[in-house]
Design a protein around this ligand. Structure first.
Ligand code: SAH
Ligand code: DHB
Ligand code: MG
Length: 223
C-alpha cells in the first residue's frame, strides 16, 4: 500500500489558485473571516474557498430554506451556506468552543447574516436533541468520532429530500484502514457502516485534493 499522509502536492495548490482566480474572485467577507480567525488563534481547518463555494451551490441547488451546520469554527462555511438562503431563510450552527463561537458570531454579523444565522454554543450531542426539524440541508463538520450520531440526528431532523453532507471523510486515504488507531478514522468508518445499513439514505463519497490536501465529502439524500 502506498501511503500519502502529509502530502501536499504543489500542483493541487496551483490548480486551486487557478480555480480561485477564474471562478471565485475576490471575496472581502471571507478574507476578513480568515483574518479574524487567524487573529483569534483559531485553527486553519475551514473548508477551502473552492469547497465553500461548492457547499453554497449544493445548498442553493437543493432549494434549502433551513440549514443546519454541526461545527462552526469561525463561520467560514456558515457564511457560504447562508449565502444560499432566501431572505427569510434560517441557518442554525453548533459550536462547542465558546471562543470559536464568539469569533464566528462577529464574522457572520460583519458578513450581514446576523438576522438569518444562529450560532448555538454547546456540545452538538447535547444541543441536537433540543432542535426541531425539518431542515432541508445539513453540513456536518465537527468532531469526527461522533459522525454516525450526528447523521442519526440529521435524519431525525430531516424531511424526504433533505441533503446531508459530511466533511473530511477520506483523511488522506486513512478511511480504508480498518485497524487505524485514530478515533477520527474509526468514527468515519462507523459513519459509512451506518449509512450503508440505512435504506432511507442514498449516498456517495467524493475524494478531493487541493489546498486542504487529500480528503473528501460524503453526500447523502434522505428518501
Ligand atoms: N465548518 C467550519 C470548520 C469546522 S472545524 C468551516 O469549514 O469553516 C470543526 C469545529 O467543530 C471546531 O470549531 C470545533 O471546536 C467544533 N467541535 C468539535 N467538537 C464539537 C462538538 N462535540 N460539538 C460542537 N462542535 C464541536
Ligand atoms: C480537522 C477538522 C476539520 O473539520 C477539517 O476540515 C480538517 C481538519 C481536524 O480536526 O484536524
Ligand atoms: Mg472539515
Amino acid at each position: 500500500m502506498v501511503e500519502r499522509v502529509g502530502v501536499q502536492d504543489p500542483a493541487w495548490t496551483a490548480v486551486d489558485s487557478y480555480i480561485g482566480e477564474r471562478l471565485l474572485g475576490d471575496d472581502p467577507a471571507l478574507a476578513a473571516t480568515l483574518a479574524a480567525n487567524a487573529a483569534g488563534g483559531l485553527p486553519d481547518i475551514d473548508v477551502s474557498p473552492a469547497q465553500g463555494r461548492m457547499l453554497r451551490l449544493l445548498a442553493r441547488m437543493s432549494g434549502a430554506r433551513r440549514i443546519l451546520e454541526v461545527g462552526t469554527l469561525g463561520g467560514y462555511s456558515t457564511i457560504e451556506l447562508a449565502r444560499a438562503l432566501p431572505a427569510d431563510g434560517e441557518l442554525v450552527t453548533l459550536e462547542i468552543d465558546p471562543h470559536h463561537a464568539d469569533v464566528a458570531r462577529a464574522n457572520i454579523a460583519a458578513a450581514g447574516f446576523a438576522d438569518r444565522v444562529t450560532v448555538i454554543t454547546g456540545s452538538a450531542l447535547d444541543v441536537l436533541p433540543t432542535l426541531e426539524g425539518p431542515f432541508d440541508f445539513v453540513f456536518i463538520d465537527a468532531d469526527k468520532q461522533s459522525n454516525a450520531a450526528y447523521v442519526d440526528h440529521a435524519i431525525r431532523l430531516s424531511r424526504p429530500g433533505t441533503t446531508i453532507i459530511v466533511d473530511n471523510v477520506i483523511r488522506e486515504g486513512q478511511l480504508i484502514h480498518a485497524d487505524s488507531p485514530d478515533g477520527r478514522v474509526q468514527g468515519t468508518r462507523k459513519l459509512f457502516d451506518a449509512i450503508s445499513a440505512n435504506p432511507r439514505l442514498t449516498a456517495t463519497a467524493v475524494q478531493t485534493v487541493g489546498v486542504k490536501k487529500w480528503d473528501g465529502f460524503l453526500l447523502a439524500i434522505v428518501d
